[in-house]
Write a protein that binds this ligand. Sequence first.
Ligand SMILES: Nc1ncnc2c1ncn2[C@@H]1O[C@H](COP(=O)(O)OP(=O)(O)O)[C@@H](O)[C@H]1O
Ligand SMILES: [Mg+2]
Length: 391
Amino acid sequence: MGILLDNGRILLSEDFIIDKIIDREEEKKKIEEWINKKIGLIYIYGSSGTGKTHVIKKILENYKDKTVLYLNCSATNTFYKIMVNCLEKLKELKFIEKFHEKGLSGSELFSMLREAIEKNSVYFILVVDEINRLKLEDIDNLMYIGLDAINNYKNGWVFIIAISNDVMLDTKFSEAVKSRLSIKIHFPRYNVQQILDILEEYAKLSLIENSYTREDLFKIAEYVGNLTGDIRLAKRLLLSIAEKSDSRLDISKMAEAITENEKFMWEREIRKLSIELRLTLLAVIEANRFYEKKRETFVTANLKRFIFSSRIEPNLKNIYKHYCLICEEYGFNPKSEITFRNSIDELDRQMLIRKEVKGLGRGKGVTSLVYLRGYADVLEPIIRKSIEEVI
Ligand SMILES: Nc1ncnc2c1ncn2[C@@H]1O[C@H](COP(=O)(O)OP(=O)(O)O)[C@@H](O)[C@H]1O
Ligand SMILES: [Mg+2]
Protein backbone atom coordinates (compact mmCIF):
# COMPACT_ATOMS: atom_id res chain seq x y z
CA MET A 1 0.00 0.00 0.00
CA GLY A 2 1.77 3.13 1.17
CA ILE A 3 0.53 6.62 1.83
CA LEU A 4 2.38 8.64 -0.80
CA LEU A 5 0.33 10.01 -3.66
CA ASP A 6 1.62 9.51 -7.20
CA ASN A 7 3.70 12.65 -7.33
CA GLY A 8 4.33 12.75 -3.56
CA ARG A 9 7.99 11.86 -3.90
CA ILE A 10 8.59 14.70 -6.33
CA LEU A 11 6.67 17.21 -4.24
CA LEU A 12 8.72 16.34 -1.17
CA SER A 13 12.06 16.41 -2.96
CA GLU A 14 14.26 19.24 -1.75
CA ASP A 15 14.12 21.59 -4.62
CA PHE A 16 10.52 21.24 -5.63
CA ILE A 17 8.74 24.55 -5.27
CA ILE A 18 5.01 24.59 -4.65
CA ASP A 19 2.91 27.48 -5.83
CA LYS A 20 2.21 28.86 -2.40
CA ILE A 21 4.50 30.98 -0.25
CA ILE A 22 3.75 30.47 3.41
CA ASP A 23 4.70 33.22 5.86
CA ARG A 24 7.17 34.98 3.58
CA GLU A 25 4.88 37.43 1.84
CA GLU A 26 6.47 40.39 3.54
CA GLU A 27 9.97 39.49 2.36
CA LYS A 28 8.61 38.93 -1.12
CA LYS A 29 6.93 42.32 -1.19
CA LYS A 30 10.03 44.07 0.08
CA ILE A 31 12.24 42.52 -2.59
CA GLU A 32 9.76 43.38 -5.34
CA GLU A 33 9.65 46.98 -4.19
CA TRP A 34 13.41 47.25 -4.43
CA ILE A 35 13.47 45.72 -7.89
CA ASN A 36 10.96 48.32 -9.09
CA LYS A 37 12.99 51.13 -7.59
CA LYS A 38 15.92 50.48 -9.91
CA ILE A 39 18.53 49.92 -7.27
CA GLY A 40 21.61 48.08 -8.52
CA LEU A 41 22.21 45.55 -5.80
CA ILE A 42 20.46 43.78 -2.98
CA TYR A 43 21.82 41.20 -0.66
CA ILE A 44 19.62 38.45 0.78
CA TYR A 45 20.88 36.22 3.55
CA GLY A 46 19.67 33.54 5.93
CA SER A 47 20.67 29.99 6.85
CA SER A 48 19.80 26.99 4.65
CA GLY A 49 16.14 26.14 4.24
CA THR A 50 14.70 29.53 5.17
CA GLY A 51 12.90 29.96 1.85
CA LYS A 52 15.27 32.35 0.04
CA THR A 53 15.43 30.41 -3.21
CA HIS A 54 11.72 29.65 -3.05
CA VAL A 55 10.73 33.30 -2.69
CA ILE A 56 13.11 34.59 -5.33
CA LYS A 57 12.01 32.01 -7.91
CA LYS A 58 8.40 32.98 -7.31
CA ILE A 59 9.29 36.64 -7.81
CA LEU A 60 11.15 35.96 -11.04
CA GLU A 61 8.03 34.40 -12.53
CA ASN A 62 6.58 37.94 -12.64
CA TYR A 63 9.52 39.40 -14.54
CA LYS A 64 9.34 37.31 -17.66
CA ASP A 65 9.34 40.44 -19.86
CA LYS A 66 12.74 41.42 -18.48
CA THR A 67 16.05 39.72 -19.11
CA VAL A 68 16.32 37.47 -16.10
CA LEU A 69 19.06 35.02 -15.25
CA TYR A 70 19.17 32.79 -12.19
CA LEU A 71 22.49 31.14 -11.32
CA ASN A 72 23.49 28.94 -8.41
CA CYS A 73 27.13 28.94 -7.33
CA SER A 74 27.25 25.23 -6.59
CA ALA A 75 27.53 24.89 -10.38
CA THR A 76 28.59 28.39 -11.43
CA ASN A 77 31.37 28.69 -8.92
CA THR A 78 33.58 31.54 -10.24
CA PHE A 79 33.07 35.13 -11.35
CA TYR A 80 34.39 34.12 -14.74
CA LYS A 81 31.72 31.43 -15.16
CA ILE A 82 29.06 33.89 -14.04
CA MET A 83 30.15 36.30 -16.78
CA VAL A 84 30.16 33.57 -19.43
CA ASN A 85 26.62 32.61 -18.43
CA CYS A 86 25.44 36.23 -18.62
CA LEU A 87 26.91 36.67 -22.08
CA GLU A 88 25.35 33.42 -23.23
CA LYS A 89 21.99 34.67 -22.01
CA LEU A 90 22.40 37.89 -24.02
CA LYS A 91 23.39 35.86 -27.02
CA GLU A 92 20.35 33.63 -26.66
CA LEU A 93 18.18 36.77 -26.67
CA LYS A 94 20.08 38.04 -29.71
CA PHE A 95 21.50 41.14 -28.02
CA ILE A 96 24.96 39.98 -29.02
CA GLU A 97 26.36 37.69 -31.64
CA LYS A 98 28.85 34.92 -31.15
CA PHE A 99 31.53 35.68 -28.58
CA HIS A 100 34.78 33.94 -27.73
CA GLU A 101 35.56 33.78 -24.05
CA LYS A 102 38.81 31.89 -24.56
CA GLY A 103 41.82 33.81 -23.32
CA LEU A 104 39.76 36.62 -21.82
CA SER A 105 39.66 37.49 -18.14
CA GLY A 106 36.55 37.87 -16.01
CA SER A 107 36.83 41.65 -16.09
CA GLU A 108 37.20 41.69 -19.88
CA LEU A 109 34.04 39.62 -20.14
CA PHE A 110 32.35 42.06 -17.79
CA SER A 111 33.29 44.96 -20.13
CA MET A 112 31.70 43.06 -23.01
CA LEU A 113 28.57 42.50 -20.94
CA ARG A 114 28.32 46.13 -19.95
CA GLU A 115 28.77 47.35 -23.48
CA ALA A 116 26.04 45.00 -24.72
CA ILE A 117 23.65 46.12 -22.00
CA GLU A 118 24.15 49.83 -22.68
CA LYS A 119 24.00 49.45 -26.42
CA ASN A 120 20.72 47.52 -26.35
CA SER A 121 19.18 49.23 -23.32
CA VAL A 122 18.75 45.88 -21.62
CA TYR A 123 17.12 45.67 -18.19
CA PHE A 124 19.03 42.76 -16.78
CA ILE A 125 18.14 41.03 -13.53
CA LEU A 126 20.87 38.68 -12.38
CA VAL A 127 20.23 36.45 -9.38
CA VAL A 128 23.26 34.69 -7.97
CA ASP A 129 22.29 32.15 -5.33
CA GLU A 130 24.59 30.63 -2.70
CA ILE A 131 27.35 33.22 -3.20
CA ASN A 132 28.98 31.89 -0.04
CA ARG A 133 30.43 29.21 -2.34
CA LEU A 134 32.45 31.84 -4.23
CA LYS A 135 35.87 33.17 -3.31
CA LEU A 136 35.72 36.55 -1.61
CA GLU A 137 37.31 38.43 -4.50
CA ASP A 138 34.76 36.92 -6.88
CA ILE A 139 31.97 38.09 -4.58
CA ASP A 140 33.46 41.59 -4.61
CA ASN A 141 33.60 41.60 -8.40
CA LEU A 142 30.00 40.47 -8.60
CA MET A 143 28.75 43.09 -6.17
CA TYR A 144 30.71 45.72 -8.01
CA ILE A 145 28.64 45.13 -11.15
CA GLY A 146 25.52 46.28 -9.32
CA LEU A 147 27.23 49.20 -7.60
CA ASP A 148 28.71 50.32 -10.91
CA ALA A 149 25.28 50.23 -12.56
CA ILE A 150 23.87 52.70 -10.02
CA ASN A 151 26.47 55.31 -10.87
CA ASN A 152 27.59 54.85 -14.40
CA TYR A 153 25.06 53.40 -16.83
CA LYS A 154 23.58 55.73 -19.40
CA ASN A 155 21.30 53.16 -20.98
CA GLY A 156 20.03 49.86 -19.68
CA TRP A 157 20.37 48.54 -16.21
CA VAL A 158 21.78 45.67 -14.19
CA PHE A 159 20.18 44.55 -11.02
CA ILE A 160 22.13 42.06 -8.92
CA ILE A 161 20.38 39.94 -6.33
CA ALA A 162 23.05 38.15 -4.32
CA ILE A 163 21.91 35.40 -1.96
CA SER A 164 23.92 33.78 0.82
CA ASN A 165 23.27 30.79 3.08
CA ASP A 166 26.04 31.96 5.36
CA VAL A 167 24.64 34.58 7.73
CA MET A 168 28.10 35.88 8.64
CA LEU A 169 29.29 36.32 5.07
CA ASP A 170 28.84 40.11 4.88
CA THR A 171 31.41 40.60 7.64
CA LYS A 172 33.96 39.31 5.14
CA PHE A 173 33.12 41.67 2.25
CA SER A 174 35.72 44.26 1.28
CA GLU A 175 35.34 47.70 2.84
CA ALA A 176 34.38 49.19 -0.53
CA VAL A 177 31.43 46.84 -0.85
CA LYS A 178 30.49 46.90 2.82
CA SER A 179 30.23 50.67 2.92
CA ARG A 180 28.07 50.89 -0.20
CA LEU A 181 25.85 47.90 0.30
CA SER A 182 22.70 49.48 1.63
CA ILE A 183 19.97 46.92 1.08
CA LYS A 184 20.19 43.73 3.05
CA ILE A 185 17.23 41.45 3.61
CA HIS A 186 17.37 38.80 6.27
CA PHE A 187 15.40 35.55 6.17
CA PRO A 188 15.13 34.44 9.79
CA ARG A 189 14.97 30.78 10.73
CA TYR A 190 11.51 29.27 10.77
CA ASN A 191 10.07 28.47 14.17
CA VAL A 192 8.15 25.31 15.04
CA GLN A 193 4.78 26.84 14.17
CA GLN A 194 5.91 28.04 10.74
CA ILE A 195 7.49 24.67 9.95
CA LEU A 196 4.24 23.01 10.93
CA ASP A 197 2.27 25.30 8.62
CA ILE A 198 4.58 24.57 5.70
CA LEU A 199 4.69 20.82 6.39
CA GLU A 200 0.91 20.69 6.50
CA GLU A 201 0.76 22.24 3.07
CA TYR A 202 3.19 19.68 1.67
CA ALA A 203 1.46 16.78 3.45
CA LYS A 204 -1.87 17.84 1.99
CA LEU A 205 -0.42 17.72 -1.52
CA SER A 206 1.69 14.59 -1.24
CA LEU A 207 0.01 12.15 1.17
CA ILE A 208 -3.28 10.26 1.07
CA GLU A 209 -6.06 12.08 2.84
CA ASN A 210 -6.50 11.21 6.52
CA SER A 211 -3.30 9.15 6.62
CA TYR A 212 -1.68 11.58 9.06
CA THR A 213 -2.63 13.92 11.87
CA ARG A 214 -1.49 17.42 12.74
CA GLU A 215 0.10 15.94 15.88
CA ASP A 216 2.27 13.68 13.72
CA LEU A 217 3.49 16.63 11.71
CA PHE A 218 4.01 18.62 14.89
CA LYS A 219 6.54 16.03 16.07
CA ILE A 220 8.63 16.56 12.93
CA ALA A 221 8.24 20.33 13.11
CA GLU A 222 9.26 20.37 16.75
CA TYR A 223 12.39 18.35 16.10
CA VAL A 224 13.49 20.44 13.13
CA GLY A 225 12.48 23.76 14.71
CA ASN A 226 14.64 23.09 17.73
CA LEU A 227 17.54 21.96 15.60
CA THR A 228 18.24 24.15 12.55
CA GLY A 229 14.83 25.28 11.34
CA ASP A 230 15.76 23.98 7.88
CA ILE A 231 12.57 23.21 5.94
CA ARG A 232 14.51 20.95 3.66
CA LEU A 233 15.21 18.63 6.58
CA ALA A 234 11.55 18.67 7.61
CA LYS A 235 10.48 17.71 4.07
CA ARG A 236 13.06 14.93 3.88
CA LEU A 237 12.01 13.47 7.22
CA LEU A 238 8.36 13.54 6.20
CA LEU A 239 9.20 11.74 2.96
CA SER A 240 11.35 9.18 4.64
CA ILE A 241 8.75 8.41 7.35
CA ALA A 242 6.01 8.26 4.72
CA GLU A 243 8.05 5.75 2.72
CA LYS A 244 8.25 3.51 5.79
CA SER A 245 4.54 3.74 6.50
CA ASP A 246 1.75 1.40 5.47
CA SER A 247 -1.64 2.96 5.81
CA ARG A 248 -0.96 5.70 8.33
CA LEU A 249 2.04 7.97 8.86
CA ASP A 250 4.09 5.90 11.29
CA ILE A 251 5.78 8.54 13.40
CA SER A 252 7.55 5.88 15.49
CA LYS A 253 9.89 5.59 12.48
CA MET A 254 11.22 9.08 13.08
CA ALA A 255 14.44 8.11 14.89
CA GLU A 256 15.34 5.77 12.06
CA ALA A 257 14.55 8.46 9.50
CA ILE A 258 16.78 10.96 11.30
CA THR A 259 19.81 8.65 11.32
CA GLU A 260 19.37 7.75 7.67
CA ASN A 261 18.93 11.33 6.70
CA GLU A 262 22.02 12.54 8.48
CA LYS A 263 24.12 9.91 6.77
CA PHE A 264 22.59 10.58 3.38
CA MET A 265 23.14 14.32 3.67
CA TRP A 266 26.82 14.03 4.51
CA GLU A 267 27.45 11.37 1.89
CA ARG A 268 26.05 13.65 -0.73
CA GLU A 269 28.11 16.65 0.38
CA ILE A 270 31.31 14.64 0.67
CA ARG A 271 30.88 13.05 -2.74
CA LYS A 272 31.21 16.54 -4.25
CA LEU A 273 34.66 17.04 -2.70
CA SER A 274 38.03 16.37 -4.31
CA ILE A 275 40.30 13.83 -2.64
CA GLU A 276 42.40 16.69 -1.28
CA LEU A 277 39.40 18.22 0.45
CA ARG A 278 38.32 14.85 1.83
CA LEU A 279 41.75 14.35 3.40
CA THR A 280 41.64 17.86 4.83
CA LEU A 281 38.19 17.32 6.29
CA LEU A 282 39.34 14.08 7.89
CA ALA A 283 42.21 16.00 9.47
CA VAL A 284 39.73 18.47 10.96
CA ILE A 285 37.77 15.55 12.40
CA GLU A 286 40.86 13.93 13.88
CA ALA A 287 42.15 17.17 15.33
CA ASN A 288 38.80 18.00 16.90
CA ARG A 289 38.71 14.52 18.45
CA PHE A 290 42.22 14.94 19.77
CA TYR A 291 41.47 18.28 21.38
CA GLU A 292 38.21 17.10 22.81
CA LYS A 293 40.08 14.38 24.69
CA LYS A 294 42.67 16.87 25.79
CA ARG A 295 40.03 19.28 27.05
CA GLU A 296 38.39 16.51 29.01
CA THR A 297 41.67 15.68 30.72
CA PHE A 298 42.15 19.29 31.67
CA VAL A 299 38.66 19.64 32.98
CA THR A 300 38.98 16.47 35.05
CA ALA A 301 42.26 17.67 36.49
CA ASN A 302 40.64 21.05 37.06
CA LEU A 303 43.50 22.72 35.22
CA LYS A 304 41.46 24.44 32.60
CA ARG A 305 41.86 27.91 34.01
CA PHE A 306 45.65 27.61 33.99
CA ILE A 307 45.99 26.79 30.39
CA PHE A 308 45.74 29.23 27.56
CA SER A 309 42.64 28.30 25.63
CA SER A 310 44.14 28.17 22.11
CA ARG A 311 46.32 25.29 23.32
CA ILE A 312 43.30 23.12 23.79
CA GLU A 313 41.41 24.22 20.68
CA PRO A 314 42.01 22.88 17.16
CA ASN A 315 44.12 25.52 15.39
CA LEU A 316 45.43 25.41 11.83
CA LYS A 317 49.01 24.45 12.64
CA ASN A 318 47.88 21.44 14.56
CA ILE A 319 45.30 20.37 12.07
CA TYR A 320 48.05 20.50 9.43
CA LYS A 321 50.05 17.98 11.48
CA HIS A 322 47.05 15.68 11.54
CA TYR A 323 46.66 16.24 7.82
CA CYS A 324 50.25 15.09 7.15
CA LEU A 325 49.70 11.96 9.23
CA ILE A 326 46.50 11.14 7.38
CA CYS A 327 48.20 11.59 3.99
CA GLU A 328 50.90 9.19 5.13
CA GLU A 329 48.29 6.68 6.31
CA TYR A 330 46.66 6.63 2.86
CA GLY A 331 49.89 6.92 0.87
CA PHE A 332 49.47 10.47 -0.45
CA ASN A 333 52.09 13.19 -0.59
CA PRO A 334 50.92 15.97 1.71
CA LYS A 335 50.46 19.34 0.00
CA SER A 336 52.16 22.49 1.31
CA GLU A 337 50.71 24.31 4.29
CA ILE A 338 49.54 27.13 2.02
CA THR A 339 47.57 24.72 -0.16
CA PHE A 340 46.21 23.12 2.98
CA ARG A 341 45.00 26.51 4.22
CA ASN A 342 43.25 27.11 0.91
CA SER A 343 41.53 23.76 1.30
CA ILE A 344 40.36 24.77 4.77
CA ASP A 345 38.88 27.98 3.32
CA GLU A 346 37.18 25.97 0.59
CA LEU A 347 35.60 23.61 3.16
CA ASP A 348 34.48 26.68 5.11
CA ARG A 349 32.79 28.09 2.01
CA GLN A 350 31.06 24.75 1.42
CA MET A 351 29.84 25.02 5.02
CA LEU A 352 31.29 21.68 6.04
CA ILE A 353 33.43 23.27 8.75
CA ARG A 354 33.42 26.51 10.65
CA LYS A 355 36.59 28.62 10.78
CA GLU A 356 36.83 31.20 13.53
CA VAL A 357 39.55 33.82 13.71
CA LYS A 358 40.43 34.57 17.31
CA GLY A 359 42.65 37.26 18.81
CA LEU A 360 45.34 35.91 21.10
CA GLY A 361 45.34 38.94 23.35
CA ARG A 362 46.87 42.37 22.94
CA GLY A 363 49.79 42.51 20.57
CA LYS A 364 49.85 38.75 20.16
CA GLY A 365 48.23 38.45 16.73
CA VAL A 366 45.46 36.08 15.75
CA THR A 367 44.90 32.37 15.31
CA SER A 368 42.32 30.42 13.32
CA LEU A 369 40.34 27.72 15.04
CA VAL A 370 38.46 25.18 12.97
CA TYR A 371 35.39 23.24 14.06
CA LEU A 372 33.16 20.61 12.51
CA ARG A 373 29.59 21.31 11.58
CA GLY A 374 28.48 17.68 11.92
CA TYR A 375 29.15 14.94 14.45
CA ALA A 376 32.57 13.33 14.21
CA ASP A 377 31.11 9.89 14.86
CA VAL A 378 28.74 10.15 11.91
CA LEU A 379 31.21 11.87 9.61
CA GLU A 380 34.35 9.84 10.11
CA PRO A 381 33.23 6.47 8.70
CA ILE A 382 31.58 8.21 5.74
CA ILE A 383 34.65 10.17 4.84
CA ARG A 384 37.05 7.27 5.32
CA LYS A 385 34.92 5.16 3.03
CA SER A 386 34.89 7.95 0.46
CA ILE A 387 38.69 8.17 0.53
CA GLU A 388 39.07 4.39 0.24
CA GLU A 389 36.78 4.43 -2.77
CA VAL A 390 39.13 6.76 -4.59
CA ILE A 391 42.36 4.86 -3.91
N1 LIG B 1 7.60 29.85 2.93
C1 LIG B 1 7.59 28.70 2.27
N2 LIG B 1 6.44 28.20 1.75
C2 LIG B 1 6.45 27.03 1.08
N3 LIG B 1 7.53 26.27 0.87
C3 LIG B 1 8.70 26.70 1.37
C4 LIG B 1 8.78 27.93 2.09
N4 LIG B 1 10.05 28.12 2.46
C5 LIG B 1 10.75 27.08 2.01
N5 LIG B 1 9.95 26.22 1.35
C6 LIG B 1 10.37 24.98 0.71
O1 LIG B 1 11.42 24.40 1.49
C7 LIG B 1 12.51 23.98 0.69
C8 LIG B 1 13.76 24.77 1.06
O2 LIG B 1 13.57 26.15 0.80
P1 LIG B 1 14.62 27.02 -0.04
O3 LIG B 1 13.92 28.19 -0.60
O4 LIG B 1 15.34 26.13 -0.99
O5 LIG B 1 15.60 27.46 1.14
P2 LIG B 1 16.95 28.32 1.04
O6 LIG B 1 17.11 28.77 -0.36
O7 LIG B 1 16.76 29.44 2.01
O8 LIG B 1 18.05 27.38 1.48
C9 LIG B 1 12.08 24.20 -0.75
O9 LIG B 1 11.53 23.01 -1.23
C10 LIG B 1 11.02 25.26 -0.65
O10 LIG B 1 10.11 25.15 -1.70
MG1 LIG C 1 18.68 28.27 -1.62
